[in-house]
Structures are given as C-alpha cells and as structure tokens.
Design a binder for this molecule. Structure first.
Ligand SMILES: *Cc1c(COP(=O)(O)O)cnc(C)c1O
Length: 208
C-alpha cells in the first residue's frame, strides 16, 4: 500500500474530504506525471512557467481535461505565457502583476481563474500581498484591472505551527467572500483542511 503514485493519491484523497488535490509536479519528469494521469488524476501545480511549458503543452493537448495551476512567483514578463498555459494562476500578489495579467487576458482572449497570494506570516523574503492590504488589493484588481479574484493562496512560515496562519486565512476568505482557499502542503494538509482549505497543494507526499 502507498508504494506507488496512484496509491498515494488515493490515500491523500481519502483524507481531504471535498477539498481539491493539486498534485505539485515541479521537478518531476513527464513519466511520473503520466503515472498520476493514469490513476485518473488531472489537477497539477507547477511553480515555473518554463518548466511547466516544457512538460504540459503537449500533455494538455493529449489530455484536455488537465487543470494546471501556477503556484510559484510570477514575473510580469512571463504573464502572457502564463495566461496562455495555466487554467488557474494562484499567485497574483502585486499591482504590476495584476496589470500584466490583465493585459495578457485582453490580448489572448482567454481568462485563467485567478487567486491572490497572501504573505500570511508577514515574512520579508516571501512573495504575497500583505495580509492587511489584501482587501485593498482585491479592489484594485477589480476596479483598475477588471480582474476577478476567486480565491486565496498562502504558504505559512516554515517550521512554525501553521494553525494560527490557517485560521487567519480562513477569516480572510470569509471577509472577502472568496470561493477558494489554497493552503496545505505535504506536511500540514490535514490541518489545513480542518481550517477550511478548499484546495491542498501536495508534491513530495505524492511523488517522493
Ligand atoms: C513545492 C510546493 C508545494 C508542495 O510542497 P510539498 O511539501 O512537496 O508538498 C506546495 N506549494 C507551493 C507553492 C510549492 O512551491
């Protein structure tokens, strides 16, 4: 049991209730992604545009029901490629990026679903909008960029108890009336689900 990708996916799914499992396939080759696809899995996450293109342009042609999530920091000069490739961009976190993604959507006429990344731990080195600025940024996205943000995403500080951070995110999701809350990784996804995560992003516990 649990010694292959299919078993590990099934095991995780049995523990997350209705939450969506995003299988984070970064650093893993197409052959391993195909194992997950073979097990019926379709939702994947990648953190770099170039790597995602190399692996998923052809996979998406072959399996049109794949849903690909961008979960890494996005540079404005890659916004166009990202809007083309990804079904969900989870890391909208600053005005320049919102503007670039808005321009990309206008240009290609395709609209990925968008989440806002929140720097819930207030860490200086981390990307994400400041927690207290999330509401204002949401309004900026809608009013200045015509971007509808549907969800929130976060990575709590490493090596700390994630519960207070997950709770802050749960409250923010309610306050901002968001549909989706993407939080929880291999080490803490069961806790995240207890705090209302609607999507968990799991890499190593699937692909080892
Ligand atoms: C790599 C990554 C994950 C998955 O992390 P694991 O600990 O391998 O499950 C989740 N979210 C983001 C943003 C990541 O970069």
């Amino acid at each position: 049991m649990n010694n292959n990708i299919a078993d590990r996916i099934a095991d995780i799914k049995s523990k997350i209730g209705n939450a969506v499992l995003t299988a984070v396939s970064k650093n893993n080759p197409v052959s391993r992604i195909r194992e997950a696809i073979g097990a019926g899995h379709r939702v994947f996450g990648e953190n770099r545009v170039k790597e995602a293109m190399e692996k998923f342009v052809s996979l998406k042609e072959e399996f049109p029901d794949i849903e690909l999530h961008m979960i890494g920091a996005l540079q404005t000069n890659k916004a166009l490629m990202a809007a083309k490739l990804f079904d969900v961009i989870e890391t909208i976190d600053r005005p320049e990026l919102a503007k670039a993604v808005s321009a990309a959507i206008m240009k290609i006429g395709k609209k990925p679903r968008l989440y806002m990344e929140v720097n819930v731990g207030g860490e200086t080195q981390k990307s994400g909008i400041e927690y207290d600025k999330a509401e204002k940024f949401l309004r900026f996205c809608l009013e200045e960029c015509n971007l509808e943000i549907e969800g929130l995403m976060c990575i709590p500080p490493q090596g700390e108890n994630p519960e207070p951070y997950f709770e802050k995110m749960r409250l923010l999701k309610e306050k901002l009336n968001m549909k989706h809350l993407s939080m929880g990784m291999s080490e803490d996804y069961r806790i995240a689900v207890k705090f209302g995560a609607t999507e968990v992003r799991i890499g190593s516990a699937i692909f080892k």
